[in-house]
Design a protein around this ligand. Structure first.
Ligand code: SF4
Length: 351
C-alpha cells in the first residue's frame, strides 16, 4: 500500500470505529489495570459473556492492590464459568508484580510489560495502545483475518512465526495519533464486518483498499492449516453421599488443566477398567447403594480435549481416611467453592 493509500485506509478505519464502535464497559476507561482485566477475560471468550464478569470483577477488585492480595479460592470463584483458569492466576501474579516492583503503576513500555506473567504480545500491545496511546501492534485472530485479506497475506496463520508478519503490517499501517482506536477498529472490523465466513464487504469502510475484495477471494483467506484432532476421554463421575447426605468432592492438583478447582471424583474409563472398584480403592470408600445409575450424561469440549461424562449417584461408606484434598461436604458449602463448568452442570441437577 503506498503512502497516500495508507493514510486514507487508517482514516476511514478510525472514522468508522468512532461512528460504529460498540459501547463496552472497558471502553469507558483509560485505566491500564481495567483494560488489562478486560483483555485477559476476552481471550477465548465472547464479549457478551465477559461484560457481567468484568463488572462484577472490578466491583470486587477495583484496584491492583485489591486483586494482588485476594485469596486464590475467592478469585477462582469470581472467574468460575469463564474457563481457562490459568488466565486468572496469571493475571493475579502479574498484578502482584506491578504492585510490588513498579509501585502499582502498570509499565508503559513493551519491554517491561511483556515480562509480566500472562502478558503476551497481544495483551501488551492492547494495554499500551489503548491506555497509554502508544503506537504498538496488538495482533489477535480478528486482526490477522482482516489484514490477510486487505494486504493479501497468504502465510499460514496457524504457525507461530506468521504473527511477526502481521505485527510488522500493523506497525506500517497504524495511526500514530489514535493507535488505540486503530487497533480496536481492526478488531471490531474483524468481529462485525470481516467475519470468518461471508464477510460483509459491501458495508466495509476499507473496501477500496482491500486486495482480497478486488480479487474476489476473501473467503479463501486467511490460510490456516488444520488443527490437531480433539482427543476424547471418557470418565465415570461419582456423585457420592455419606450417611449425613454430604457429597464427596476433591481439589484438583495445583498444576495443569483446571488447577486448584474442585470436582466430584472422576475415574477415566477404558475397556478393561472397573470404575467402581477403582473409585472405592482411590477414595477409601465402599459403595453401599446405587441411588441413580444414570444421573446425567454430557460432553464438555476444551480446546484440545473432550470430556465425555457419565455421572452416577451412589451412597458411600468411608472405610479409612480420605485421601488428601478429598472431603465430604454439605451441598451449600460446595456451592461456594470454585468449580469448573462441567462440575457446575452436575451441581445444577442436585438438590
Ligand atoms: Fe474484509 Fe471484505 Fe472489508 Fe476486505 S472488503 S476487509 S474482505 S470485509
Amino acid at each position: 500500500m503506498n503512502y497516500q493509500y495508507t493514510n486514507e485506509f487508517r482514516h476511514h478505519l478510525v472514522e468508522w470505529f468512532n461512528k460504529e464502535k460498540r459501547d463496552l464497559p472497558w471502553r469507558r476507561t483509560s485505566d491500564p489495570y481495567k483494560i488489562w482485566v478486560s483483555e485477559v477475560m476476552l481471550q477465548q471468550t465472547r464479549v457478551d459473556t465477559v461484560i457481567p464478569y468484568y463488572n462484577r470483577f472490578l466491583e470486587k477488585y477495583p484496584t491492583l492492590q485489591d486483586l494482588a492480595y485476594a485469596p486464590q479460592e475467592e478469585l477462582l470463584k469470581m472467574w468460575e464459568g469463564l474457563g481457562y483458569y490459568s488466565r486468572a492466576r496469571n493475571l493475579q501474579a502479574g498484578v502482584k508484580e506491578v504492585v510490588e516492583k513498579y509501585n502499582a503503576a502498570v509499565p508503559d513500555n513493551r519491554h517491561d510489560i511483556s515480562k509480566l506473567k500472562g502478558v503476551g504480545p497481544y495483551t501488551a500491545g492492547a494495554i499500551l495502545s489503548i491506555a497509554y496511546k502508544k503506537a504498538e501492534h496488538a495482533v489477535d485472530g480478528n486482526v490477522m483475518r482482516v489484514l490477510s485479506r486487505v494486504l493479501h497475506i497468504e502465510e499460514d496463520i496457524a504457525l507461530h512465526k506468521t504473527r511477526k508478519v502481521f505485527e510488522e503490517a500493523v506497525e506500517m499501517l497504524i495511526d500514530e495519533q489514535h493507535p488505540g482506536d486503530f487497533n480496536q477498529a481492526l478488531m471490531d472490523l474483524g468481529a462485525m464486518i470481516c467475519t470468518p465466513t461471508s464477510p460483509k464487504c459491501l458495508l466495509c469502510p476499507v473496501r477500496d483498499y482491500c486486495t482480497a475484495f478486488s480479487e474476489g477471494d476473501a473467503d479463501q483467506l486467511p490460510k490456516k492449516s488444520k488443527k490437531v484432532k480433539n482427543k476424547k476421554v471418557h470418565f465415570k463421575v461419582f456423585i457420592a453421599t455419606d450417611q449425613e447426605g454430604r457429597f464427596l468432592i476433591e481439589k484438583r492438583p495445583s498444576e495443569g488443566l483446571l488447577a486448584d478447582m474442585w470436582q466430584f471424583p472422576m475415574i477415566e474409563t477404558n475397556e478393561n477398567s472397573i470404575c467402581e472398584e477403582t473409585f472405592e480403592q482411590n477414595y477409601n470408600v465402599q459403595i453401599a447403594n446405587y441411588i441413580d445409575k444414570d444421573l446425567l450424561k454430557f460432553k464438555h469440549v476444551f480446546s484440545h480435549l473432550t470430556w465425555e461424562m457419565d455421572c452416577i449417584q451412589v451412597q458411600a461408606e468411608q472405610k479409612m481416611e480420605l485421601p488428601n484434598d478429598a472431603h465430604f461436604q454439605p451441598i451449600e458449602q460446595i456451592r461456594t467453592l470454585p468449580m469448573p463448568v462441567p462440575m457446575l452442570k452436575i451441581l445444577n441437577v442436585l438438590n
